[in-house]
Design a binder for this molecule. Structure first.
Ligand SMILES: Cc1ncc(COP(=O)(O)O)c(C=O)c1O
Length: 328
């Protein structure tokens, strides 16, 4: 295998499927507004994280950091692990994923099926444990490559030049607000930068779980919006052009995700529901003519074993009754 293994047909065919996702105009009634939803769940492994995997690995390969004998090691709440395992499978590269023991069974199975090794750690909500483990592993073995999604500026850069520019192209360069949750902060910071540069009046709004509104200065607490808000403000969010945040309760995020399943036929996860609740609140403030863009981050199948698929009383499932509150 030569050094340019990501450009070999098998890997490059897979990489060509990543990104350029559709922007779907979703009409909400009785709210009477349209939210423009970037369908990131249509990426090949089913989440927005495919973009990060492609960009960081291509860069590492070009700089000689990723070689055929390398092992990619990353700590993740799941979606990044699945994305890295997918690309690793196509390029024939070893992948080891460190994940909290609280991560859903679906994520674990997908990572293992893609041929990656999975190491589970007891987290008690502390992501730092896994990050430290990955650093220790890299210090012991020079063949280990760390994508470092929480601190790698390529994470922001990819969304700035990829997702953000796609949104501008798809909206004809007219965006009044961009709303997104954050895990590493890459999506929010990168898209925010691109959109702010082209539309300086656009409002860049962070979605935060109401139970853990750190940007709003509140204390970390347990929430059920998987994939976002890992208990700290990520370093990549520093310098992001944020204009405010919207707090969304986990229960409302789930109710909205279920509404997206049933009313729109969109099989997406809890954070997608949360993003839509926040986007509707922003749209309510800016008026129905505003172009409000958000992300549908991943697929519903990833949540079969979670509260999202638990039986809920018909009345509460049909009326999500969003509780969003906005600051900024
Ligand atoms: C499931 C999921 N994955 C990823 C992201 C984006 O994460 P990041 O901030 O790491 O770019 C989100 C953001 O809403 C999300 O809900």
């Amino acid at each position: 295998m030569n050094a340019a293994f990501l450009r070999q047909p098998r890997a490059s065919a897979l990489l060509s499927l990543i990104g350029n996702t559709p922007l779907a105009p979703l009409r909400f009634e009785p709210e009477g507004v349209t939210i423009h939803a970037k369908c990131e769940f249509l990426n090949p492994s089913g989440s927005v994280k495919d973009r990060l995997a492609r960009h960081v690995l291509l860069d590492a390969e070009a700089r000689g950091l990723l070689r055929p004998d390398s092992t990619i090691v990353e700590c993740t709440s799941g979606n990044t692990g699945i994305a890295l395992a997918m690309v690793g499978a196509a390029m024939g590269c070893r992948v080891t994923i460190l994940m909290s023991s609280g991560a859903s069974e679906e994520r674990r199975r997908l990572i293992r099926r893609l041929g990656a090794e999975l190491i589970l750690f007891e987290s008690a909500g502390r992501y730092q444990t896994g990050i430290e483990m990955s650093r220790e592993m890299a210090a012991r073995d020079p063949r280990i490559f760390l994508p470092r999604q929480f601190e790698n500026p390529l994470n922001v850069e990819d969304h700035e030049h990829g997702t953000g520019l796609e949104i501008l192209r798809q909206t004809g360069g007219r965006v009044d607000a961009f709303v997104s949750g954050f895990g590493t902060g890459g999506t929010l910071a990168g898209c925010g930068k691109a959109i702010k540069a082209a539309c300086p009046q656009a409002r860049i709004i962070a979605m935060e779980p109401a139970e853990q509104a750190l940007l709003a200065g509140e204390c970390p607490c347990c929430h059920f919006i998987e994939g976002v808000a890992d208990g700290f403000i990520p370093p990549l969010l520093r310098g992001a052009p944020l204009d405010g945040e919207v707090k969304v309760r986990s229960a409302d995020a789930m109710a909205m995700a279920r509404r997206l399943h049933r009313e729109f036929g969109l099989l997406v996860g809890t954070s997608s529901g949360a993003n839509i609740v926040a986007a509707l609140e922003v749209s309510r403030q800016l008026g129905p003519a505003a172009t409000v863009v958000t992300l549908l981050c991943d697929r519903a199948e990833r949540y079969f074993s979670t509260a999202l698929f638990e039986q809920v009383p018909a009345a509460s499932s049909e009326n999500p009754c969003p509780s969003a509150s906005i600051r900024g």
